[in-house]
Design a protein around this ligand. Structure first.
Ligand SMILES: O=C(O)C(=O)C[C@]1(C(=O)O)C=C[C@@H](O)C=C1
Length: 284
């Protein structure tokens, strides 16, 4: 009988003995800041593309009102909540949330996987990582603050609601994965400098931790890069070259929105996850 495939390690991380430089760990999984940052860069592509897809539809605000699911017996909530919840139930049955990179928006009462999951490899993160889930904050900022900034006001055809909701789900999941990846970033930073982080963790000093893990120059680069990606990924591709201004004007999503998204929400929330993780990093 064919053996079940082994899942890949968390994106861009390598397992003990498999690191690119061939180094052998001492029972610890090998990750470093460069690999973790590479994963964050790759995840930018998913976020930019998912927003471009969502921008095809108008705001479709009916989808987010509780009346939108009134025809669904026994469900109290909006249609978007229903779609995300039901999708997560299915994904949980196939083991999605066994991965430390995945976080459900509706974690209560999710079913256990129905299909056998491969035995868990040694944990990369401290056990307390599983208690950190800030999806309720991500949900709120996405629906209330971000969506109105990049979708045209108005309700389209009701037949487009399902496709719109699937786009929302993709955006939410991509943002959630990226923001919670802060756990891996924090783990690497702690392993690189336990003598710096240790005292701040023992003192439970949030401000000191925030200061230690912040790199303003990196943040500036990230904001510039995501704006550039938005411009490149969302321009009309023509066989006849257009001038640069024309390309910028025809973008499916405003590149400056991406810098703003990262500057105001994505990076601050990733840092919040890092702080929350570090505060628990020395728990027994
Ligand atoms: O690259 C890092 O060191 C991170 O912690 C990630 C990140 C980000 O979210 O992109 C967050 C905090 C830093 O100030 C810079 C960037």
């Amino acid at each position: 009988m064919a053996s079940s495939p082994t899942p890949p390690p968390p994106a861009e991380t390598a397992r003990n003995g498999n690191s690119d430089d061939g180094s052998k760990g001492e029972g610890l999984l090998m990750i470093d800041l460069e690999r973790v940052r590479k994963s964050l860069i790759r995840q930018e592509d998913s976020i930019v593309f998912s927003l471009i897809e969502r921008a095809k539809f108008p705001s479709n605000s009916s989808l987010y009102k509780s009346s939108s699911s009134s025809q669904i017996p026994g469900f109290d909530g909006s249609l978007i909540q229903y779609i995300v919840k039901e999708t997560e139930i299915l994904h949980s049955k196939i083991g999605r949330y066994e991965s430390p990179e995945e976080h459900p928006f509706f974690p209560d009462g999710l079913p256990l996987p129905l299909i056998p999951c491969p035995p868990k490899s040694p944990e990369l993160l401290h056990g307390a990582a599983s208690s950190i889930n800030i999806n309720s904050t991500i949900w709120k900022f996405y629906l209330e603050e971000l969506l109105p900034l990049f979708t045209k006001q108005g309700d389209g055809d009701a037949s487009s609601y399902a496709c719109t909701a699937v786009c929302d789900l993709n955006c939410l999941q991509a943002l959630s994965r990226r923001i919670h990846y802060g756990k891996f970033v924090a783990e690497v930073k702690f392993r690189d400098a336990p003598e710096e982080y240790g005292p701040a963790i023992r003192a439970q000093d949030r401000d000191a931790l925030m200061k230690l893990l912040t790199f303003e120059d990196v943040e500036e680069m990230v904001k510039k890069r995501v704006a550039k990606k938005a411009m490149i990924f969302s321009q009309e591709v023509n066989l006849i070259e257009k001038d640069a201004d024309d390309k910028q004007q025809n973008c499916k999503i405003d590149p400056s929105l991406l810098s703003r998204l990262y500057g105001e929400w994505v990076m601050p929330l990733t840092k919040l996850v890092q702080v929350e993780y570090l505060l628990r990093r020395l728990d027994k």
